[in-house]
Design a protein around this ligand. Structure first.
Ligand code: DGL
Length: 259
């Protein structure tokens, strides 16, 4: 099967950072993006609620007869993906397994220090930590950095406020992580700031490897499917459970910012 019409699901706007990579691949005729903006954030909610919301999103996608659904949210990938896969007869792919695979492709040293950043729900699920251990990595730190989500939504991608929040979360890191998994699809928007923070703390050491869900999922899809690139851009349609105009504005801004 060559996926041509795909859906992208996120709790809100975060998945736009993944959408950028899907668009750039020119591998899909049609991309249908749905953000559950009425109920975002998911990252502070319980597993049960995340599963319930994820299954409700499947009802929304029913009308489109998708070839494939990409869950462009780490929180949903951590908690809702299994239930979603059981409930459908078409493939649904989350971002966590691709993220782990991208790391293994970029980091051979199994004793390397890996820092996983994500929402509370993602970090508490322990899914990244477990999959990384399964790959033989021994030095993994999961850190919930939920405050980054509203900052990014506010358009704060650098500056003093972000720096103090980074200081708050990272002050106990006396060793530089060899790799940082941006385990939330909001975080690629502040990836430069995060990389700079550690670079400034440890100027003599090599830069940390950063893992981005959008890049990871495209690499993963290429290994799973024979993707055909076309000369034309995908037709992208946005849907939201609340304030579609705001979602579209954010999409315009983010797709420019992460270029
Ligand atoms: N973008 C979501 C993720 O990748 C987090 C936002 C939320 O809490 O809903 O986990």
């Amino acid at each position: 099967m060559i996926p041509k019409r795909i859906g992208v699901f996120d709790s809100g706007v975060g998945g736009i950072s993944v959408l950028g990579n899907l668009i750039d691949s020119k591998a899909f005729d049609e991309i249908i993006y749905y953000g559950d903006t009425a109920r975002v954030p998911y990252g502070t909610r319980s597993k049960e609620t995340i599963i319930q919301y994820s299954l409700e999103a499947l009802d929304f996608f029913k009308q489109f007869k998708l070839d494939l659904l990409v869950v462009a949210c780490n929180t949903i990938s951590a908690h809702g993906l299994g239930a979603m896969q059981k409930a459908t007869d078409y493939p649904i792919i989350g971002v966590i397994e691709p993220g782990v695979l991208a790391l293994t492709n970029n980091l051979q040293n199994k004793n390397a220090k890996i820092l996983v950043l994500g929402t509370k729900a993602t970090i508490q699920s322990q899914l990244y930590q477990t999959l990384l251990k399964d790959q033989g990595y021994s030095c993994i730190n999961g850190l919930a950095t939920s405050l980054f989500v509203p900052l990014v939504e506010e358009g704060i991608f650098d500056g003093k406020i972000l720096e103090s929040v980074m200081e708050y979360y990272f002050k106990d890191y006396i060793e530089k992580p060899d790799a940082i998994i941006l385990g939330c699809t909001h975080f690629p928007l502040i990836s430069k700031a995060i990389a700079n923070y550690f670079q400034n703390q440890f100027p003599k050491l090599e830069k940390s490897i950063l893992i981005h869900s959008g890049i990871a999922i495209m690499e993963y899809l290429k290994t799973k499917y024979t993707l055909q690139t076309s000369k034309t851009h995908s037709k992208v349609t946005f849907y939201a459970s609340d304030n579609l105009e705001k979602l579209k504005k954010t999409a315009d801004l983010w797709l420019q910012t992460i270029k």
